[in-house]
Write a protein that binds this ligand. Structure first.
Ligand code: CU
Length: 123
């Protein structure tokens, strides 16, 4: 095998490694949300979660619970802004108190991520 062939194989291997590494970083991470984490707000009409990647709506969802772990009824989730924003209508007026948003999403690269954050509805 010639030296230049070896060098070519080595550079291809390097490119493949770099491609794999950047794909691993491409999971959908929560970038911002409305209401924002730890924010104190009036009862929101919807929850907006902005992710770093495009989402697959079928396998993405949000659960909202109050301090007593009671589920709050939510409307049907949808996507907007290039599929990176998961938006969920909140039909009820939320009583003052702390709420937890539990989210799970599947990004279009096939990776699942999940997390949670809280916000407060002020009196
Ligand atoms: Cu990923």
């Amino acid at each position: 095998m010639t030296m230049s062939k070896l060098a070519r194989i080595a550079s291809i291997a390097l490119i493949l490694t770099a491609a794999t590494a950047s794909q691993a970083l491409a999971h959908a991470h929560l970038k911002t949300s409305s209401p924002a984490e730890k924010a104190s707000v009036v009862s929101p009409g919807e929850l907006d979660l902005t992710f770093t990647e495009e989402l697959d709506l079928k396998f993405s969802g949000v659960k909202l619970t109050d301090l007593g772990k009671k589920d709050i009824e939510l409307g049907e989730a949808g996507l907007k802004d290039d599929g990176k924003v998961l938006t969920v209508p909140v039909s009820a007026t939320l009583a003052p108190g702390d709420y937890t948003v539990d989210w799970h999403v599947l990004s279009t690269d096939g990776h699942k991520t999940s997390g949670s954050y809280t916000f407060t509805v002020k009196p």
